[in-house]
Design a protein around this ligand. Structure first.
Ligand SMILES: [Ca+2]
Ligand SMILES: [Ca+2]
Length: 98
């Protein structure tokens, strides 16, 4: 009995980091796709507000959108969107590339 429990615990230990890493990757990849409900490759303001429902209220989502829409074309490209979801620290690098 005890041995069985130990094995299960070990398995969880081994699987957990892998699983959470995989989940993280999937999340990153699909956040943009999920927000882009019409699939045109851009996230519009209304798509963004809808995607942020439950996280940000309407006003906050709009303010955030304006911040993220660096070229002010009214929609978020994949790279504009990704600055919101994780790559905050690579902001300097991206500036260099421009
Ligand atoms: Ca779209
Ligand atoms: Ca834009």
């Amino acid at each position: 009995m005890k041995k069985h429990i130990l094995t299960a615990a070990t398995a969880v230990f081994l699987i957990l980091p892998l699983a959470s890493h995989a989940a993280d990757e999937t999340k990153k990849k699909s956040a943009f796709t999920t927000a882009d409900t019409d699939g045109d490759g851009k996230v519009s303001l209304s798509e963004y507000v809808a995607a942020m429902q439950g996280k940000l209220d309407d006003t906050a989502a709009r303010a955030r959108f304006a911040e993220l829409d660096k070229d002010k074309n009214g929609s978020l490209s994949r790279s504009e969107f990704s600055t919101a979801t994780g790559a905050k620290k690579s902001g300097k690098k991206m500036k260099e590339a421009n």
